[in-house]
Design a protein around this ligand. Sequence first.
Ligand code: ADP
Ligand code: ASP
Ligand code: MG
Length: 411
Amino acid sequence: MPRLVMKFGGTSVANLDRIRRAAKRVGVEVAKGYEVIVIVSAMSGKTNELVGWVNETSPMYDAREYDAIVSSGENVTAGLMALTLQEMDVPARSWQGWQVPLKTTDAHGSARIEEIPTENLDAKFKEGMKVAVVAGFQGISPEGRITTLGRGGSDTTAVAFAAAFEAERCDIYTDVDGVYTTDPRVSDKARKLDRIAFEEMLELASLGAKVLQTRSVELAMRYRVKLRVLSSFEEMDDNAGTLVCAEEDIVESNVVSGVAFVRDEAKMTLISVADRPGIAAAIFGPLSEAGVNVDMIIQNISEEGRTDMTFSCPVNEVARAEKAMADAKASGSINYHDLVADTDVAKVSVVGIGMRSHAGVAAKMFHALQAEGVNIKVITTSEIKISVLIDRKYMELAVQALHDAFELEKA
Ligand code: ADP
Ligand code: ASP
Ligand code: MG
């Protein structure tokens, strides 16, 4: 029998009524002859609440207990979805990650999936089960402890199941009807894309578009999973939503496909560090060991053997970065005059595979920002993206200006 994976995000299972509506969609696919693996998130807001409880109880929490707690939201929705389907006379059973078992690394809080053995679910499907409802976001470590896959991780659970069970398609049901040229909450000119290339989606996701978790796009690209993003609130339609697909399956696309942003960034500058071989390693080694996710890096012009080193990181990692640098200074491995943190910055990026063959994208981006009086603090580029760091208060303005400049509202 053909198989389908259907993933329902938090807003799509926010209450019993929405779970019923989602279950009806599952019922329609079962009636078409599919065996369905349903991946559910926790009810919207639940995971945030659980994370809050963890932080309140223990700010320097044990990550194993964090996972035990924050994974629990999905257990509830998985059971409720299975019960709802049973009420509709659809043979369904729920599975927590460890029961499958979805095997992961032991990197608690951001574990990676290692293996999904198919035997257990296959045996149940053979017995007549039509729907396996699996709790997203969670797995089990080699030590047998519960792990989670990082925020937004149910997307990754869904794609991994689609790959492991060779599903015909992986449908990600969410609160928007597809992938847009930018977050529709920030620009009302955002346009829904019918198709987007894996590589572009990968960049957009990693540069802040949380509609799909980055790792889910990586997996879909590697295993060529047919991945679709669509709304759980609209009429069912086989052509609905956005298909994330290979570049060669896209007939025509704009030079820039989308604008992404990260609101809560920080820019840190180490003033007057010695400009000598090994200094970058002496700075970024301790930062990495402290779990600081450094993004952009610039080394300023040096004078008389001293230089300034600037880097960006998420704003909630500033305290850790400051401590790592203070410790390194105290141990004598680096020496600097001051560490200046600018915690009011945001990152805005334009993404498009068309950039490979078109010059002038950067110039156009900088002109558009200049026209709005937005000062650029740091710039980084890759083959298919350009990112800038700007003052946070200009973030929405910058996103809209770039959306206009690259005429993204037009197909
Ligand atoms: P779910 O709970 O279903 O996983 P998420 O909140 O994680 O949903 O992701 C959906 C949200 O992603 C949308 O509501 C939207 O605000 C946001 N988003 C950000 N960038 C984009 C984009 N380019 N296209 C569509 N949605 C986007
Ligand atoms: N519930 C988890 C979160 O909020 C996982 C997910 O929804 O994808 O991050
Ligand atoms: Mg999500």
